[in-house]
Write a protein that binds this ligand. Structure first.
Ligand code: ADP
Ligand code: MG
Length: 233
């Protein structure tokens, strides 16, 4: 599903450059649930943003579902992004004057999904995250955990091949974090490929594989026995 080879990325800092990714190689098969771990500043978000086509690498190869991601113009990149990728962020990134249902439906509007289908799909995915009854509520009327579930429903409504989550539990307490991980595990159980950036060990062990980043390289990449989040909620 994902194949990257010798990926490098630097940020220009005046006349200097900060070399953040120094030759990353890895492959993710369809259906995997991978944690990307590393201390703050180790390049986790940089890597996820490149995988998510929100940023581009300086060099290296990236193939997503058999498509080489290179030299794409903005339109093509946006099309692939919509077709292949769903995002979840630490801060939910919901629009605060729109209801849960409207938030979930909004990306479908930009993908030109007809109105009726947008509503139906948004409701279907809100239902899947257990928030059907909250469809008409604003983010300010929901808890942090509920808002993250709305954000997950919004990502899943576009039916992406890969879900990318950057510290999805970073703003949540442990109990709520496990509820969100329970949902992520259930989505993965249905066959979806998911990458979760985290710096929390317990969250990483709720995935099936852990990739450790340090100083811009992968220092360890191991399969783990998955801890089910439902045992903790
Ligand atoms: P992580 O997500 O693991 O905390 P990041 O990928 O966000 O790490 O950042 C890695 C390093 O790159 C950090 O030192 C950070 O300050 C730097 N960095 C991230 N984004 C930028 C940017 N847009 N411009 C300059 N430096 C950046
Ligand atoms: Mg980060």
């Amino acid at each position: 599903m994902i194949e990257i080879k010798d990926l490098h990325k630097s940020y220009k800092m005046g006349s200097n450059a900060l070399h953040v990714l120094k030759g990353i190689n890895f492959t993710v098969e369809e259906g995997e649930l991978v944690a990307i771990m590393g201390s703050s500043g180790s390049g986790k978000s940089t890597l996820l943003n490149i995988l998510g086509m929100l940023d581009v690498a300086d060099s290296g190869e990236y193939t997503l579902d058999g498509v080489p991601i290179k030299n794409l113009n903005e339109t093509k990149a946006a099309n692939y992004r919509n077709k292949f990728l769903g995002f979840v962020f630490q801060s939910f990134n919901l629009i605060n004057y729109k209801s849960a249902l409207e938030n979930v439906a909004l990306p479908l509007y930009y993908q030109r999904v007809p109105r009726k289908e947008r509503q139906e799909r948004a409701m279907k995915y809100l239902d899947q995250v257990g928030l059907k009854e909250w469809a008409n509520h604003l983010p300010s009327e929901l808890s942090g955990g509920q808002n993250q579930r709305v954000a997950i429903a919004r990502a899943m409504a576009s039916e992406p091949k890969v879900l990318l989550a950057d510290e999805p539990t970073g703003a949540l307490d442990s109990k709520t974090s496990y509820e969100v991980m329970d949902l992520i595990q259930k989505i993965n159980d249905q066959g979806n490929t998911i990458l979760v950036v985290t710096h929390e060990d317990d969250i990483a062990h709720m995935c099936k594989r852990i990739v450790y980043l340090k100083d811009g390289v992968i220092v360890e990449d191991k399969k783990v026995k998955q801890v089910r989040a439902s045992a903790h909620v």
